[in-house]
Design a protein around this ligand. Structure first.
Ligand code: PEP
Length: 244
């Protein structure tokens, strides 16, 4: 069986101005030889400039969302092809903040993933339960339903990554136990359309907890929010992944 690729992905969310590209420069200059993938997903306004800033390095650039449609009269939307044209190779889709703030359903996420694939982008599809769902014992049912509904036909390890991000762990400093992460990742692996699709964990990953999370079977890397904004923190997470 082909092994899943390791990936450290940073999600800058709605943070970052041109001056913050200094962090991307610092990441590049501190990065030695790495065998894992390294990705930064800045706001759309910085994709092109960041792609230039990291050109020639191992750092790749991605978007944080794309439209389901290819082009046309959709004011304010950005197509997958536009992201690719700006230098993006990946796009995060179905992040819980978009599911919550913009009412994105799994069916819409699947349409967006299809658009991403058509534009040659790798779709990072996010899934995760709320705290109430975890407390209600629904975690596996929720994430497996999101997986089935959000991953389009034709998804393979070459065009798709899955990120398990418990909603209650994002930006809170709280994380599931290692056993809870393992339980969800094992269930996801068993239900992937292609077993070699990379499975990232996301939710308050920091330099201090990265190594123990990466040691879990079926965790192939992380989707990192807050700790990806500082090159020093993100570099430490990348280093923890690169030795596992
Ligand atoms: C995220 O934005 O996907 C995320 C996991 O954020 P944080 O690492 O800050 O919890």
């Amino acid at each position: 069986m082909t092994k899943a690729c390791k990936l450290a992905a940073g999600n800058w969310k709605m943070n970052g101005l041109r001056a913050d590209l200094d962090e991307a420069h610092a990441l590049v200059s501190g990065l030695g030889q790495v065998s894992c993938g390294v990705l930064l997903c800045p706001p759309a306004t910085l994709i092109s400039a960041m792609a230039e800033a990291v050109a020639g390095s191992a750092v790749m650039v991605g978007g944080q969302d794309c439209a389901a449609r290819v082009s046309g009269a959709h004011t304010g939307d950005i197509s997958a092809q536009m992201l690719a044209d700006s230098g993006a190779r990946y796009v995060i889709l179905g992040h819980s903040e978009r599911r919550a703030d913009h009412g994105e359903s799994s069916a819409l996420v699947a349409q967006k993933a299809r658009a991403a694939h058509q534009a040659g982008l790798v779709a990072i599809i996010c899934l995760g339960e709320t705290e109430a769902e975890r407390d209600g014992g629904q975690t596996l049912a929720v994430v497996l339903e999101q997986l089935a509904g959000s991953v389009p036909e034709g998804a393979t390890s070459a065009n798709t990554v899955i990120a398990y991000e418990p909603v209650w762990a994002i930006g809170t400093g709280r994380t599931p136990t290692l056993a809870q992460i393992a339980e969800v990742h094992d269930a996801l692996r068993a239900n992937l359309p292609d077993a070699a699709i990379s499975l990232l964990y996301g939710g308050s990953v920091k330099p201090a907890n990265a190594a123990e999370i990466f040691a879990i079977d079926n965790v192939d890397g992380a989707l990192v929010g807050g700790a990806s904004l500082k090159a020093s923190d993100f570099s430490a997470i990348i280093a923890a992944l690169d030795v596992t």
